[in-house]
Design a protein around this ligand. Structure first.
Ligand SMILES: [Zn+2]
Ligand SMILES: [Zn+2]
Length: 345
């Protein structure tokens, strides 16, 4: 079953399934322009997802072959996965923020072995137990390091330039750089009156940055070639405030459903993260490694039920929170600790 929603004034969405994922689907948006339809995100690279996208485009009165361009909110495979197939079918250009485009290039240029070695080093440095690092090392020594998702993703044709209007004849779509969930995440502000006359300034395609019922994962910007200490959570919180100030009449997110009153959703998320940071400080009354902190943080299920891959993601979220606390002067690394431990100050 193809689920297509007409959002009015030349904007439709197609629910493209994400296999084996509790999120269920990506909302791929179709935006009419004077030069042909443009997609905002494309969905997960899977045969059934591709069929759903193709059927959805037919239901919208077009086809993959007619797509003029593809605008990507961020490089994750549930957003950028099918871009290569759309470009193959249509000759469409693909646009992405330069910071995420370089993640795509980096993922391709580094062999899987380099990523496994990098992850094993990082996990060891943050106090992961031997049994968590062992599968990575085993894959490395056996020469069976599997390619990671997204390693064959499409390299984009254009950069999305923050603050600028995209070249879409007949439409006013402005790129708002919202780093945090990824370094090059963008929201796209459709600066046109709301078709149903809702009060506010246009509509915002928010990607994973602003979602109605869930908080996006904020981890580290993984880069084996760059030792810069980034602050993704700080970036995210700044980006949230920026998006809140836009005053969009309606938010069109990449998962779940469209919603209004972005300002109160932004406030909710800011409050949530502030409460979480404060909560972490109570744990950090005694020194903890990022891994030990992750074990003590609140997740959607108890730590011993969190599967292997999700633990790796959880510990990178713990690190993002620690970096924020250090930057705010509320925590510090214990001198000489290895693996590194942090304590509240
Ligand atoms: Zn994402
Ligand atoms: Zn997503």
């Amino acid at each position: 079953m193809t689920r297509v929603t007409d959002h009015g004034a030349g904007v439709q969405s197609i629910q493209v399934p994400i296999p084996d994922n509790p999120l269920g689907h990506t909302l791929v948006y179709l935006l009419d322009t004077d030069r042909g339809p443009v997609l905002i995100d494309t969905g997960w690279d899977d045969p059934a997802s591709w069929d759903t996208l193709a059927d959805g485009l037919t239901a919208c009165g077009t086809s993959a072959a007619e797509i003029h361009g593809v605008v990507i909110t961020h490089h994750h495979p549930d957003h950028h996965g099918l871009s290569a197939r759309v470009r193959e079918a249509s000759g469409a250009w693909i646009a992405m923020h330069a910071a995420d485009a370089s993640v795509v290039r980096r993922t391709q240029e580094n062999p899987p072995e380099r990523w496994y070695a990098y992850m094993a080093d990082r996990l060891t440095a943050v106090g992961a137990p031997e049994e968590h690092v062992a599968p990575l090392l085993a894959a490395l020594t056996s020469g069976k390091a599997r390619p990671l998702p997204g390693f064959d993703a499409a390299v984009p044709d254009h950069d999305i330039v923050p603050g600028e209007l995209l070249d879409l004849p007949g439409r006013r779509l402005r790129a708002i750089w919202t780093p945090g969930h990824t370094p090059g995440h963008v929201c796209l502000h459709l600066e046109e009156n709301h078709p149903a006359g809702l009060p506010g300034r246009g509509r915002l395609f928010s990607g994973d940055h602003l979602l109605p019922e869930i908080t996006p994962h904020i981890g580290l910007y993984e880069d084996p070639d760059d030792a810069t200490v980034t602050d993704p959570l700080g970036d995210y919180l700044d980006s949230l405030e920026r998006v809140g100030r836009l005053g969009a009449a309606e938010i069109l997110p990449a998962h779940q459903h469209a919603f209004t009153d972005a300002a109160s959703r932004v406030r909710e998320l800011l409050t949530h993260h502030e409460a979480r940071l404060t909560d972490l400080l109570t744990h950090l009354a005694h020194p903890l490694t990022p891994w030990q902190l992750a074990e003590r943080m609140e997740w959607n299920r108890p730590w011993n039920q969190i599967p292997y891959g999700s633990r790796t993601i959880a510990v990178s979220e713990a690190e993002a929170h620690l970096r924020r606390l250090v930057k705010l002067g509320r925590a510090e690394a214990v001198a000489g600790s290895d693996p590194v431990a942090y304590v509240a100050v």
